[in-house]
Design a protein around this ligand. Structure first.
Ligand SMILES: [Zn+2]
Length: 363
């Protein structure tokens, strides 16, 4: 496909975003494969995790782009993927480096405008070894029922926010505990689950089948909701392998920060992330991976939208005007409807993709 006059095509309805992705990829991809999710979407639609492979299946290196790890955040990543194809960027895939896109890794959350999946699980805290004792997080023992109170009125919202603010003021170290993940309170945010989720299992099948024998894999996992509006931050994990971090920072330079560091928009270092799991699996090859976070609205508003959504799915009624408002706030928190925002995130993403591609070629 040649570059088109208006190649950027974002859509915040799951079935339309998926249609845009498959339409762009069809006729272009060497392989398109879809895994159907057992449940249905918000409008009763079928849900899938889709994979499009550009270039040679036997290529020794793979550049992988993922959208929808955090459900609702997937509309941004989907737009970037669709734009990457519609601008013809994927045509650079060849027999040496394949370009692979996973669309809607957590399709349930994406369709239902949730950051979590069908079980309330934050997929990016779910890639843990569940045979081992799970991490504990005392912040949630103290505050899970304050973050997600039983009633969601103006009064309870103010009251509980005051309690959270006071707690954090007395214990500043708890700011990191808030988002780093928890495994005890299914109804609260950042819950990592008790077993590998559907998306986790499918992703593992994909990586076992298609990535395990590669010489190098470069990954960009697209996220939203942290940082300044329409800006982006590339984040890698504090990995145990210095060499891999160096490779990533050679590719992306100063743009790359480590999560949990002073420069990072994420003040925490989460456990059980997809990136950590993939890097562990591909320990003998080069796995260069980063999450790209794009800013939307103020983080306090993002947190408010998130709390409301967790309240709605725990104590609320989905069939109300209040539910519609809460869902709209979730979309506003994790997606940008303005063309300027979409163009900005695409420009940032396309540059990082291009840098990753030349980095992979140079290995
Ligand atoms: Zn995210």
């Amino acid at each position: 496909m040649q570059s088109e006059a208006h190649p950027i095509r974002f859509n915040s309805k799951y079935s339309k975003a998926r249609h845009n992705f498959l339409t762009a990829a069809s006729g272009q991809a060497t392989l398109i494969k879809s895994w159907q999710h057992p449940l249905r979407g918000i409008a009763g639609e079928k849900l899938y995790l889709d994979l499009a492979w550009f270039g040679d299946l036997a290529a020794k290196k793979v550049l992988l782009l993922i959208s929808g790890t955090h459900g609702v955040e997937g509309y941004c990543g989907s737009g970037i993927q669709v734009g990457s194809i519609r601008t013809g960027w994927h045509l650079q895939a060849d027999s040496n480096v394949a370009i692979v896109m996973i669309h809607g890794l957590n399709p349930y959350g994406m369709s239902h405008l949730r950051r979590v999946n069908e079980d309330g699980v934050d997929l990016n805290r779910n890639f843990l070894d569940f045979q081992q004792p799970l991490p504990t997080n005392t912040f949630y023992a103290d505050l899970a029922n304050v973050i997600v109170p039983e009633n969601w009125t103006v009064e309870t919202q103010m009251e509980t926010l005051d309690q959270i603010t006071e707690y954090l003021a007395n214990k500043p170290s708890a700011v990191a505990d808030l988002a780093k993940g928890q495994y005890q309170y299914w109804y609260a945010p950042f819950y990592g689950g008790e077993v590998p989720s559907w998306s986790n299992r499918v992703f593992n099948q994909i990586s076992d089948r298609y990535l395990l024998d590669k010489q190098a894999v470069g990954l960009l996992d697209y996220h939203t909701g942290l940082g300044q509006h329409a800006t982006g931050q590339l984040m890698s994990l504090p990995v145990n392998s210095e060499a891999k971090y160096n490779l990533a920072s050679e590719i992306w330079g100063d743009k790359l920060v480590v999560t949990g560091s002073a420069e990072s928009v994420a003040v925490y270092s989460p456990q059980g992330t997809l990136i950590a799991a993939l890097q562990a699996k591909l320990a003998t090859s080069n796995c260069i991976a980063a999450a790209y976070e794009f800013g939307t609205i103020y983080e306090t508003e993002v947190f408010h939208a998130l709390r409301a959504d967790h309240w709605l799915h725990t104590h609320g009624d989905l069939d109300t005007r209040q539910a519609v408002e809460i869902k709209q706030n979730m979309l506003d928190a994790f997606y940008g409807v303005l063309p300027q925002w979409q163009q900005s995130v695409c420009n940032l993403a396309f540059t990082a993709q291009e840098e990753l591609l030349s980095g992979l070629r140079s290995l």
